[in-house]
Unconditional design. Sequence first.
Length: 131
Amino acid sequence: GEPLLQIDFVSELFRLAKLQGENDFDGIIAVADEMLAVNPQDALAQKIRLQALFDKKDYAGVIASAEEAAAGQTDEEERSDVYFILGAAYNARTMPQQAIDALSKVTAGANVAAAQKTVAQLKENAAKANS
């Protein structure tokens, strides 16, 4: 039964790629939900789901599920990506303190510089607002 699983996984990824190409975020979330139904600890599915929620501007959905998704990531870079998405969602909802807290947890991977820059900007804005 092992190789079969592999094929399923690959076909899921092809489906996801197609849905992403069509910007079908609800379709992507549905596939991620199917993957999570099979394995609730599926770190990739959690991250895919979070990204799709963000892409469809469901910031409340991102905020509601990001901590669980972060906890599911086994790799510091992947966890950082989750916190980057969460920080961006808080930022989109004009919740600067929460955005700073989330973005401060981006410690690895491609988004570290962008996270630090955004944190600096948010802190600067807060300082201006309070002066």
